[in-house]
Structures are given as C-alpha cells and as structure tokens.
Design a protein around this ligand. Structure first.
Ligand code: ADP
Length: 484
C-alpha cells in the first residue's frame, strides 16, 4: 500500500503533545511493510530547517488577498518512509506551531487550509498515487473532503481516507466568515456538513467525509459517543459510529527506553531498578531538593490545561505534603494555571518544583527519576506519559478515563498483578485514597519492586498495533469510497 500520512506535527520535526509522538512513530512502523509519505507544515523549527531535504516543487495558491507561494521540500527518512514539508514563510515561519504566549494564532484556519490545499495541489502536480490518506485532528480534517472535490482530486480518486481524532476537545471552530472567505462551496455551510451552531467546525469534515474514523483508545471510542464526553459532537459521532474504531496508541521504545536513553544520568535495564535511584538522586540534586532516601517522588509532565486536572493540585498537594513526599511538575500552557502553579511551588519550596517549560530532555529525566507519575486528567483520549512511565519503572496514578483506563491495570496486593492505581470521580478523598495506595505500596520495597517489574514488562510497541491499522486500511480499500 501507498500511504499518505497528514499531520500538523510529527517527532522529531515539531511537537506540542502526543500527536507529535504518534505521527513520528506510526508512519515509521507502517513503513516496515508499506510505502509511507508523512506530510507536515514547514515550521521554523531547527529540526525542519536542518533536515536533509531538497526542494521538489514550488507554486502559487490563491490566498487571502494575493496568491501565496508554497514551497515543498522532501527528505527520505528510511527505505519506505519519506517526509514532505509544505513551507510558506508568512504562515509557518513562526516560533510556535499553533500559537504563542498570547494564545492561538488568529489565522489558524487560513494556515491549515493552506497546508491542506497545498498538499493536494502538490499531489496533483506530481501525479502522486496513494491508496490510503490518513489525516489527523482538525488541522487536516478538511482533507477527506477536499480530496473528493474536482478538479485536483483525480490522482486520489480511488484512495480511501482514514481520519484520526486524537482529542475531541480541539475541533477547529472559527467564525462563519472564515468559511465564506475560504472559497469552499457554500452548500457545505449547513448543519449536515461544516456548520456548527452558526460557526465553522473543521473536525466535522473529518467525521462526516472520511471513509473510516479512528480514535486513540477503545475506551475513548465509547466515551465520545456520550453527551458527557462528546463535546457537542456525540450525536454526529453516533451517526457515524459504524465507521469508528478505537486503537490504543503504540509508543516508540527507540525514543523511550531507560536502557539507552541519552538524556538520563544513568541508563538502566528492566531487571534492576537500583540505577533508577541514581537518576532520582541526580535530578533532586539538580533541582536543589533534598529528602531522606526512600522519600517518594511524584511527577507530572503535562500541558497546563483544564483537561489535565492541574487545578486539583492546589487542593491535593497540601494533603500530600502532610507526609514525606516530593512533587515535580514539568508543564507549560495556560497562563492562569501557570500562575497558580508558581504560587503553589513557592508555598512548598522544600517539597515541590515547578519547571515551567516544554523540555523534552527534562521529560525523560523526570520519567527516569519519578516513583509515581500522576495523571488526574479530566478526560484523556490515550495518554502517552503513563505508558512511558511504566517502561521507566514509575507507577502511574491515574483517573480511570479514556486510554488511562485501557493502559493501566490496578495493582492487586493479593495477586501481585497490576501496574498502577486508578480513581474515578472528583471527590478529593477518593483521589487522595488512590495516591495513598501508591504511597503505601512504595513504602514496602518488595511490593514496589513487584509493581515496577510488572510495569516495565508491559509492551505497548507499535509492532503489534500497526497490524490493526493495516487491517483497517485493507478493509477500507475493499469498500466503496464515500461520495461528496
Ligand atoms: P497530550 O497529547 O494531550 O498533550 P499525551 O500524554 O498523549 O498528552 O502526550 C504528551 C506528550 O508531550 C508526551 O510525549 C510528553 O512527554 C510530552 N510533554 C507534555 N508536556 C511536556 C513538557 N512540558 N515538556 C516536555 N514534554 C512534554
């Protein structure tokens, strides 16, 4: 199969969260047996600028006001895998992917419509052939629609489209005017298509027009069909539920492996967690935290957003700190949550550190140092940090939602089975009870060793998961394409 994988971000070129990891690793896994082209916008990141890519095309697209130039660069990553960057200095030559400290870029609709149109134009100009087009999140959600629209659609006429929802909370909602200025056919601005209570909703295009839908865990695939977790699209998703599948994300253990992690103080194999203590000591020294050996270190690595349950911390941490425990938060995002976290860390200078950064290296070091990874997300489509944590021998304490529920097994002291601890609901006592279970287990070296070994033995590699995608692609190729 010839697969086009469209994403607004992909490791190692550009990343703001889990989609970056997935778009970096799934195409690579697919490329073991198929021919895969990854396409992302040509942002101004070092990794994109420095990629060994050659310019393969350049052309004008009608833009707002005057036509805009698209410059296309391409690099070969491995035998079956190439990456294509769509550049436009004005739209993508910026510091952020989707925004900066002032918030989202106001022209995000224009930026990602340009990306998708340029991708299509490039395919048409070069007569490229694909069997499967796999688009991801709202930034590429219009593609399954655009690829069915004449005249540029010819090379993709027989292709099937798959659309992945990595987070239903981000729908790409813009004022109606954005739609009317876009040149898209006016009849598409209706509640049956792209209109959403008077606005434009990009995600709807992917849901309605893709041949198949995927979301990133089986549990989240069920949750998004409910009013509680459906973000206003549960009705539409129920209508298209027959083409929806939940596949738990895999991870790239090439990037996340404590045995050979270049970022951590002391690499360690799964058989011995003793070296993990050295990583912990090194990190604590670096952060100027001191505590008796054996003091549990809890960590969070997260976007600072309501979704991640950050607002719990000002109520939870004072209770946690009634006993011996340390807490390190690595996070960047929402300004008011940032202020709250700074205030909280200032209140507990001997117990807590708040690293206000998006720092890949720090994320690895924290995973290697932590005893417990805390993920109280309000909702979590898949979640990757708990999966990385397990491989690094840190036990996840998570809310039983979305992919957290699917990937973490509650530890059962009787059988010695399980990899972490889970809670449901918002009641602080209930959440603290789950944390307490983890602390109690941590205080008993035999029990903790067992949990660590169980967690480190879990295998979420793409090798198995990729077969589910291949199966899905093959099934969709055997069906009729949707007609727009
Ligand atoms: P989401 O995609 O909702 O942000 P995931 O848990 O699926 O959440 O993925 C988050 C990814 O982003 C992980 O690879 C994690 O290590 C990374 N990450 C999140 N916040 C930071 C940060 N402040 N610094 C470095 N990496 C981060």
């Amino acid at each position: 199969m010839n697969i086009l994988f469209l994403s607004p971000e992909a490791v190692p070129f550009a990343k703001t969260g889990g989609l970056g990891d997935v778009a970096g690793s799934l195409p690579r896994a697919l490329a073991a047996s198929e021919k895969v082209t990854l396409m992302i916008p040509g942002y101004a990141t070092e990794e994109i600028r420095g990629a060994a890519a050659e310019t393969v095309d350049s052309f004008l697209l009608p833009g707002e006001g005057s036509p805009q130039v698209a410059v296309v660069r391409k690099a070969t990553l491995s035998a079956g895998l190439s990456v294509v960057f769509i550049h436009n200095q004005e739209l993508f030559g910026r510091a952020g992917l989707y925004g900066d400290d002032a918030g989202d870029y106001p022209d995000n609709f224009t930026r990602f419509l340009f990306f998708q149109r340029a991708a299509l134009q490039f395919i048409a100009r070069k007569g490229l052939h694909f069997d499967i087009v796999h688009a991801n999140d709202w930034q590429t959600a219009l593609f399954p629609l655009l690829m069915r629209m004449a005249p540029v659609s010819e090379p993709l006429r027989r292709a099937r489209s798959v659309f992945s929802i990595h987070n239903l909370g981000f729908q790409g909602i813009f004022p109606a005017a954005a739609f009317h200025e876009s040149g898209l056919p006016e009849h598409l601005f209706s509640p049956e298509a792209l209109e959403f209570y008077g606005d434009l909703n990009c995600l709807k295009a992917g849901i309605i027009f893709a041949d198949r839908l995927v979301t990133v865990s089986p549990n989240y695939a069920r949750e998004i069909l409910t009013p509680e977790k459906g973000f206003g699209l549960d009705g539409l998703l129920r209508k298209h539920a027959h083409k929806l599948l939940g596949i738990l994300n895999g991870v790239d253990y090439g990037q996340w492996d404590p045995r050979r992690d270049p970022f951590i103080a002391r690499p360690y194999p799964p058989e011995t967690t003793a070296a993990k203590r050295e990583n912990k000591a090194a990190l604590l020294a670096e952060l100027g935290l001191s505590a008796p050996a054996g003091t549990p270190l809890l960590a969070m690595i997260s976007r600072l957003s309501q979704q991640k349950g950050i607002d719990l911390l000002p109520r939870l941490l004072p209770r946690l700190f009634q006993q011996d425990a340390l807490f390190v938060l690595l996070g960047k995002g929402d300004r008011s949550l940032t202020n709250d976290m700074e205030a909280l860390a200032a209140r507990f200078p001997e117990r807590m550190r708040f690293l206000n950064a998006f720092d890949e290296k720090a994320a690895h070091r924290l995973q290697a140092a932590a005893d417990i990874l805390f993920m109280p997300s309000v909702y979590e489509p898949c979640g990757l940090n708990q999966i990385y944590a397990m491989r690094y021998g840190a036990a996840p304490v998570v809310r039983a939602t979305g992919g957290l529920e699917d990937s973490v097994v509650e530890f059962d002291p009787a059988s010695g089975q399980g990899t972490g601890f889970k809670f449901s609901g918002n009641d602080l006592d209930g959440i603290m009870a789950a944390v307490q279970k983890a602390l109690t287990a941590h205080a008993d070296p035999g029990t903790w060793d067992r949990i660590q070994k169980n967690a480190m033995a879990m295998d979420f590699s793409w090798e198995k998961t990729v077969l589910r995608y291949l199966d899905l692609y093959k099934k969709s190729l055997s069906e009729d394409a949707q007609h727009v």
